[in-house]
Design a protein around this ligand. Structure first.
Ligand code: PLP
Length: 541
């Protein structure tokens, strides 16, 4: 008989059944029980038994345990090193022991990203149970989808689901694999890795474009030195792009934005910067437009950026890592105007689209530059379908070789939630943020630091106009620390040089009451900081 003890499924021998059984049958039964109890790690029965126990454990964590802990882990540095044995066990251990340590040793060392009622930091993650099951199946099947022949369904499901997602997000047809053109989507590990891929392809294309007559044009050749190649971003672009430029040895220009433009990059600012670089004999390569910037969810005006790109033959990449999910809402379509003129677009399904990390969806209007920059086929990977050009081999669309069956996660989510469920989830985040924004607007202590956008509200403590920048920073930091000390996790950033606080809503199970409770904490913290700093503030103006 199977029973649940302390959240772990255990096998119990019914004594009455034993008494009634023949000696032979009892012996057989006992042997079977021993097999289960001492099951080797490879046992199927143990896998099912422990798997069920682990799923239950996970449900308990997400629905209640994580809400009982402070959102930020109270762990001390090296806590696990000092708690766990110094060497791996010599003898196999049962799963029940591992689950027990998960509860007592691992969970206290977690920051509770997913379902804590007090997590409003970064961009709220949104991993759902269907996607978690997709992750499990991905690991269980453990296929390697680097080329089509390695596991056709792995490649083909990725092609199909990315087209499904592209349609859900109303992306232009040219980004879909099913379009007659050379475009298509591919799953990358992160938006950061996707940007390295894109900028590499864009750089190779620009190097060829600006190659001096007669220069070698071999793959890997440096027709125009990378150090002369320039990528254009704004001061609001995520740091992944700067890192991609560091990796690739490219120049990265972070152009200024202003509050008056909603912290979006102006086309005229870009045009002036590109013209100045051309004048200096540099090679402009690509422009990064962001749809939903990290600090304030601003949207760069893609048509204006595309005009500059067209004039100079530059690659326009849209980083929509977070904001891209919101393109599923028809009412937000105007914010994505101009995406049809971009060369590539990246949206993270592991942010707003209900999947756990890692699942960055990169769409390109033309796969040729990617393939030109990243294709390399050693003898041992040559095969007939690839050489006939009849199939997609995603190894040529990414940095490494091996690739997981990540499309399963997205496929499970798209099917289990349906477009209706996904739109509802995305809309709910906006509504929750609206509640918080309303509280800020109604408060005489707080003010909005930027127009609320998507599921994000940027706010700050009202301060006297004449307060010095340093004193203002100090005031906002005091508020941040007070909010965190009262158990609500938010983070800060900078807008227009000023320190601001960010409140990011929209977890899968997040409730209105939690947002209201968090606002009450922020308001109480603001009153406290106001009281504590009233005299100092006057002195520092
Ligand atoms: N781009 C934007 C606009 C982001 O907001 C973020 C993270 O929040 C990233 C990129 C980084 O994404 P990833 O961790 O997938 O590289």
């Amino acid at each position: 008989m199977l029973s649940v003890v302390g959240g772990v499924v255990e096998l119990r021998l019914p004594l009455s059944a034993l008494a009634a059984a023949s000696a032979a049958a009892a012996l057989g039964y006992a042997a079977w029980i021993r097999t289960i109890r001492d099951a080797p790690a490879t046992s199927s029965a143990d896998f099912v038994r422990s798997g069920v126990a682990l799923l239950k454990w996970l449900v308990d964590y997400r629905t209640s345990a994580c809400r009982r802990f402070p959102v930020l882990s109270q762990a001390k540095p090296n806590q696990l090193r000092d708690t766990l044995p110094t060497a791996a066990p010599e003898q196999p251990e049962p799963f029940s022991a591992i689950i027990s340590d998960m509860t007592t040793k691992i969970v206290p060392g977690l920051t509770h990203w997913e379902n804590s009622a007090a997590f409003f930091a970064y961009f709220k993650p949104h991993s759902s149970f269907p996607a978690v099951l997709g992750e499990l199946v991905c690991a269980g099947l453990n296929v390697m989808g680097f080329d089509w022949i390695a596991s056709p369904a792995c490649t083909e499901l990725e092609v199909v689901t990315l087209d499904w997602l592209g349609r859900l997000l109303r992306l232009p047809e040219k980004f879909l694999s099913s379009s007659p053109g050379p475009g298509g989507g591919v799953i990358q590990t992160s938006a950061g890795e996707a940007s390295i891929v894109v900028l590499l392809a864009a750089t190779r294309a620009a190097q060829r474009r600006d190659a001096p007559v007669g220069a070698p044009d071999e793959a890997g050749g440096t027709d125009v030195g990378r150090e002369r190649c320039v990528v254009y971003t704004s001061d609001q672009t995520h740091a992944i792009i700067k890192k991609a430029c560091m990796v690739l040895g490219l120049r990265c220009r972070a152009l200024p934005t202003a509050a008056a433009d909603g912290f979006a990059l102006r086309g005229t600012t870009l045009a002036t910067a590109v013209a100045a670089d051309v004048e200096k004999g540099l090679t402009p390569v690509a422009v990064i437009g962001t749809s939903g910037t990290t600090t304030s969810c601003a949207f760069d005006p893609l048509p204006d950026l595309a005009d500059v790109c067209d004039a100079h033959g530059l690659w326009l990449h849209v980083d929509a890592a977070y904001g891209g999910a919101y393109a599923c809402l028809g009412e937000l379509s105007p914010r994505f105007a101009g995406v049809e003129r971009a060369h590539s677009f990246c949206v993270n399904a592991h942010k707003k689209l209900l999947c756990p990390f890692d699942l960055a969806c990169l769409y390109v209007a033309d796969r040729t530059p990617l393939l030109a920059a990243l294709s390399l086929t050693p003898e041992y990977l040559r095969n007939a379908p690839s050489e006939a050009g009849a199939v997609v081999d995603f190894e040529h669309w990414q940095l490494g070789l091996g690739r997981r069956f990540r499309a399963l996660k997205l496929w499970f989510v798209l099917r289990r939630f349906g477009a209706v469920g996904i739109r509802e989830h995305v809309r709910r985040g906006i509504a929750l943020a609206g509640r918080f924004a309303d509280g800020v607007l109604a408060s005489d202590m707080l003010e909005l630091a930027a127009p609320p956008s998507l599921s994000l509200v940027c706010f700050r403590l009202r301060a006297p106009e004449a307060l010095s920048a340093a004193a203002d920073d100090q005031l906002q930091r005091a508020l941040l620390e007070e909010v965190k000390a009262r158990g609500v996790f938010i983070i800060h950033s900078r807008l227009g040089g000023r320190l601001i606080l960010r409140f990011a809503c929209g977890g899968v199970e997040q409730r209105e009451a939690e947002v209201d409770a968090a606002f009450a904490v922020v308001a109480a913290a603001a009153r406290h900081v106001r009281r504590e700093t009233a005299d100092d503030t006057v002195n520092q103006t």
